[in-house]
Every structure is written in C-alpha cells, then in structure tokens.
Design a protein around this ligand. Structure first.
Ligand code: CDP
Ligand code: MG
Length: 139
C-alpha cells in the first residue's frame, strides 16, 4: 500500500464558484505533485457508489444529490505523508471550523458544499483513485 498518495475532488460548489485554478495552485504550491487529473461529472448512481460508506448517515441523500449537481475535478496527488498533510491543507469538514488559510476556510460556504474531498486513509486513497483513473492516466 502506497503511503505517499491521496485522492481529491474539487466539488461542484467550488467549480461553479470559479475556484478550480486557485485550489490547484494551493495544492501544487504546498508541495503536492499531480499524478492524475480529470474534469468530469458524477451521475447520481456514481456519486452514491463513491460515498457508499456513508449510506446510513442522515446526510447521504443530500450528499449524493449535491455531488451529482455539476462538474467536478478529480485528482491523485503525491507527497510524503500525503493523507495527513492534505487533510491539514483542506481543513475541517465544517468550513466555519476550518483553520485560516485552509482550502475549506478560503473556498467553502457550508458543511455540505465544502469545496473539496480528501481521502482519509491509504486504503481509501487507492480505492478512490481507482474509481476515476486507469493506469494509463497516471504520470
Ligand atoms: O469530507 P470529510 O472527510 O471531511 O467528511 P466526511 O465525514 O467523510 O463526510 C463526507 C462529506 O459528506 C463531507 O465532506 C460533506 O460534503 C458531507 N457531510 C454533510 O453534508 N453533512 C455532515 N454533517 C457531514 C458531512
Ligand atoms: Mg471523509
């Protein structure tokens, strides 16, 4: 299991608000290398599959509908200690609790529309990266 990779999405709110460029700049200027990158969209079915770990949670239905509401950017990122460092860079799930300067503090408006996804473990980073990217799409 690789411990130097994580997976991220720029969520529909941040894409719609014009923050793709600023978020990618935050990512690369904080030492993350982009291994794979894709501008795409999730159908409701695909969003449900991606977030299936949360299917018993009260916010699941709204989350699936939000994540399929518009295009997203998906990426695999590489850096030493990628999972932990990227979670630190994005900040708390609730942007009102995210540290100043974090991506969610800067670009997110609410706990559901919170600008970005970041993997929570090496195992999930591998599963999530494989969900979007083939071997031919990684550099
Ligand atoms: O994204 P993160 O790992 O920080 O949070 P999570 O607990 O794995 O939840 C996944 C996503 O569900 C969050 O990023 C939010 O978009 C959404 N969520 C929500 O809408 N309401 C909550 N109370 C918790 C999460
Ligand atoms: Mg999570």
């Amino acid at each position: 299991m690789e411990s130097n990779k994580t997976f991220t999405m720029i969520k529909p709110d941040a894409v719609a608000n014009g923050h793709i460029g600023a978020i990618l700049d935050k990512i690369t200027s904080n030492g993350f290398k982009i291994v794979a990158l894709k501008y795409t969209a999730l159908s409701a079915e695909k969003a449900g599959e991606f977030y299936s770990v949360h299917k018993e949670r009260p916010f699941y239905k709204d989350l699936v509908s939000f994540m399929s509401s518009g295009p997203i950017v998906a990426a695999i990122l590489e850096k030493d200690n990628a999972i932990e460092d990227y979670r630190k860079l994005i900040g708390a799930t609730d942007p009102s609790k995210a540290e100043p300067g974090t991506i969610r503090n800067l670009f997110a408006k609410s706990i559901d529309a919170n600008a970005v996804h970041g993997s929570d473990s090496d195992e999930n980073a591998a599963i999530e990266g494989n969900f979007f990217f083939s071997a031919f799409e990684r550099f």
